[in-house]
Design a protein. Structure first.
Length: 319
């Protein structure tokens, strides 16, 4: 390719990334479409399914239950946390995916152009190794490690989120009782998933990412998860999967009826890898386990939250 051709390709990747990163629904479907074209890049499917869960958590904040338990300010801050973290990850990861796709087509040497998109040196080394050795699991784990560091400084230790979310009782309560779940549904109504815990710890976030990948690509379950993703339209409402099973969330609405498009500032990012490196434990496979449906526990906790919301509402009415 000529210099002009390369410049046009890079500009096209920038444009496609910006367009697909407008909201949670677009980025979710962009990840999934990429995975369907390139099934060897497992992280893309993991990202799409985790992104679905982010959308469901966003619309949950508009439910009567959460409106009773949390102030409008706290709900707005929690939405901002979900949106900002997912926007940052997509803005870093999606150009890598599109560069890889162009590399596969013989259009470009992707490693030479990762720095154009401010990708970490860690991922430069990772992609170079993957293109040479083809270790899909190592690439998956490295992408998990990278994404969790990408949101480190701008989100996890950012003073606004640290002071207004992570140090406040709503976050600490849900963390204590493990109320935040990531689910992978199936068309037969089952929900498989894990409870996120200690979100402020990069070690814990990486570990949950590895465990979720193990679940998502379980030989017995993966076909059902992929079938759901392909056949169940994604709107951001929990009705996306609840109408297949016995659980219901009254009042769950599509994401685009709940929130407008959010504009983000893309601040200059420092390369996290240059300031800390990685731990060997992050590349060790999660222990294998037998996975069972987990929806019942989640919805039992939801019932308790509804009771707490009702008690709080009655208390306000009396006062």
């Amino acid at each position: 390719m000529t210099f002009t051709d390369i410049a046009q390709l890079l500009a096209s990747i920038e444009e496609k990334t910006a367009t697909a990163n407008l909201d949670n629904i677009r980025r979710t479907m962009a990840y999934q479409a990429f995975y369907e074209r390139n099934p060897e890049i497992k992280w893309a499917f993991l990202a799409s399914m985790v992104s679905r869960n982010a959308g469901w958590n966003m619309t949950d904040l508009q439910l009567d239950m959460f409106q009773s338990l949390l102030s409008a300010r706290i709900r707005k801050q929690l939405f901002s946390l979900y949106e900002r973290a997912n926007w940052l990850i997509f803005s870093d990861a999606y150009p890598q995916l599109l560069l890889y796709e162009a590399h596969k087509k013989g259009q470009i040497d992707m490693v030479e152009h990762l720095r154009h998109f401010r990708v970490s040196v860690f991922m430069e080394e990772t992609w170079q190794r993957y293109l040479k050795e083809g270790d899909r699991k190592q690439l998956l784990y490295c992408l998990i490690i990278n994404e969790q560091h990408v949101i480190g400084s701008p989100v996890i230790v950012q003073p606004f989120y640290k002071n207004h979310i992570f140090s406040r009782w709503p976050y600490q309560l849900q963390d204590l009782f493990r109320l935040n779940a990531v689910f992978f549904p199936t068309l037969d109504g089952n929900l498989y998933g894990l409870y996120a815990h200690h979100f402020t710890s990069v070690d814990e976030r990486i570990e949950i990412g590895k465990k979720l990948s193990q679940l998502l690509f379980d030989e017995q379950l993966h076909p059902a998860f992929l079938q759901f993703a392909k056949l169940a339209p994604y709107t951001g409402s929990r009705d996306d999967y609840e109408h297949f099973g016995r659980f219901r969330t009254t009042g769950s609405s599509p994401l685009r009826t709940c929130y407008p498009v959010i504009s983000h500032e893309d601040n200059i990012r420092r390369d996290w890898y240059k300031y800390g490196g990685i731990k060997r434990s992050w590349l060790i496979s999660a222990k294998k386990k037998r996975h069972q449906p987990t929806g019942s526990v989640f919805y039992w906790k939801r019932k308790l939250m509804k009771v707490a919301a009702l008690i709080k509402k009655k208390s306000k009415a009396v006062n």
